[in-house]
Ligand binder design. Structure first.
Ligand code: ADP
Length: 471
């Protein structure tokens, strides 16, 4: 049995801003059948403290942890076995977990997550009421100082570390003046260490000092090593090439259980979605999008390619919110075209009706570490049309000549990520839609594709076993 402490700044269902929370929330139970016991260390945000059942204090001794007293609690929260860093001066506050009421990062975010990392290293060094992790699974910059603290506490030879990158855009940059306040060694503040253009980079500390690195898809693992995707850290990542792995995220199969048993029953849901959104049936596929509206998601490209879909009898239903300009552009498209319906907002229930009722789901992202909506689409026989990048490249079997000949295609991949290529792909989608045999075959292939955690949990378990150090 490998014991693993997952160190996460968010964890579904307790606190969530993105995919990191889903991974942190899903992995412990997914790993249970794979010889891995994973417990989770979380910050004591109000939502976590409120959810904690039967807490027991196990480390009381921190009188001054980055500016105030702290203790470590152990209990159950959100169905997980958790350790909670109860440090009111850092975590007991209203507002979002990373942002203050003014919408800006909390100024003491570096200290808040340094404290989380310090506690992770302390548990690794001293154990937690008899439980000793052999591996620390660190998520993003918020946990990335841990390998340095492990060295300082003298346990880096004993306890292994895996740093998983969910989003390289967030790097935890801090002014160099805070070196001492963050308990960081001046000797590490170099280009080979955690210095990044004159600042402290928490993420870079993890990229340099963790034993192994991973990200959330094999393709993104390679893309991160290029200047186009590496956001300034591609050189560091290239130097760690041998230690980098990509493991895909899974989805919650219960939450995303299709509400139909047969494709005929699915067709009824398509019909009601058309009615709900006021979209006609003009002989083409009903395409759906569920997405944040940001430049990353490439929806401006889709907007330009859209006339091709409409000309071939297809429709678009979009659910999303984000950049004001994109919201406006899609609302204008809705007003101009009878084949376009746009709902601005975040609506979990409607997202399920979109995914279940759509014929195809469009994901035109410029980059996508893993992506979840294409996985929901596969499970519902809602064929994904995706940009060929990151996790989108790894989860869709393209309907190119070879894929169709072999009878294995599950969707369409678009490359390069341009308007021209997207126009072509939407034309191809409509052509395949008219060939019922091929379309049905693709739907069946898609619905068989494994999109849960089983495969990835086995991959994480093997990685943990591999890096575990002899005590
Ligand atoms: P990202 O994390 O970059 O936003 P993912 O595809 O990994 O992209 O995950 C997005 C998640 O958020 C999915 O679960 C998707 O269904 C959900 N989502 C995004 N926008 C909306 C929305 N407007 N309404 C409901 N769910 C949404």
């Amino acid at each position: 049995m490998t014991t693993v402490l997952s160190v996460a700044s968010e964890c579904a269902p307790l606190v969530k801003t993105g995919g990191l929370a889903d991974v942190a929330g899903a992995l412990p139970s997914a790993l249970a059948g794979h010889g891995t016991e994973m417990r989770t260390l979380l910050p004591g945000y109000p939502a976590v403290m409120a959810a904690l059942e039967e807490p027991v204090a196990i480390i009381q001794r921190e009188k001054n942890l980055f500016g105030g007293p702290a203790r470590l609690l152990h209990g159950i929260a959100g169905g997980l076995e958790v350790y909670v860093l109860d440090a009111p001066h850092l975590f007991e506050r209203e507002g979002a977990i990373y942002l203050g009421p003014d919408g800006k990062d909390w100024p003491d975010n570096p200290e808040r997550f340094a404290a989380l990392s310090w506690m992770a290293a302390t548990i690794a060094t001293d154990g937690a009421a008899g439980w000793e992790p052999q591996v620390l699974h660190l998520h993003d910059w918020q946990a990335a100082l841990t390998p340095i603290y492990l060295r300082q506490l003298g346990s880096a030879d004993r306890v292994a570390t895996l740093l998983t990158i969910h989003n390289i855009a967030f790097q935890g940059l801090t002014d160099a003046k805070r070196l001492k306040a963050l308990k960081l060694p001046a000797s590490g503040f170099t280009a080979d260490g955690f210095e990044y253009y004159g600042k402290i980079s928490a993420l870079k500390a993890g990229l340099v000092y963790a034993d192994k690195l991973s990200t959330v898809s094999p393709s993104y693992a390679i893309e991160l090593m290029t200047p186009e995707f590496g956001m300034g850290l591609d050189g560091v990542l290239r130097s760690r090439r041998a230690d980098m792995t990509g493991i895909l995220n899974g989805i919650d199969l219960e939450a995303w259980q299709p509400p139909f048993k047969t494709l005929r029953a699915k067709a009824k849901l398509t019909k009601s979605l058309r009615q709900e959104m006021g979209l006609p049936d003009a002989g083409g596929p009903l395409c759906v999008v569920v997405s944040r509206l940001t430049s990353q998601k490439g929806l401006d490209i889709l907007l330009e390619a859209l006339p091709r879909l409409l000309a071939e009898g297809g429709q678009l239903a979009l659910l999303g919110s984000g950049d004001a300009e994109l919201e406006k552009a899609f609302q204008e498209a809705d007003a101009r075209h009878s084949g376009v319906a746009v709902k601005i907002g975040y609506d979990e229930a409607l997202s399920h009706r979109f995914i279940a009722g759509g014929d195809a789901i469009l994901v035109p992202s410029r980059f996508e570490p893993c992506g979840l909506t294409q996985l929901y689409g596969l499970r519902h026989g809602t064929l994904p049309v995706v940009s060929l990048t990151g996790g989108l490249a790894d989860t869709v079997v393209p309907a190119n000549a070879a894929g169709i000949w072999a009878g294995v295609a599950t969707g369409i991949q678009v490359h390069p990520i341009t308007t021209d290529a997207w126009e072509h792909a939407l034309g191809q989608l409509c052509a395949i839609y008219r060939q019922h045999d091929i379309w049905n075959r693709m739907q069946k292939n898609a619905m068989r594709h494994p999109v849960g955690w089983e495969v990835s949990a086995a991959a994480y378990a093997a990685l943990f076993k591999d890096i575990e150090k002899a005590a």
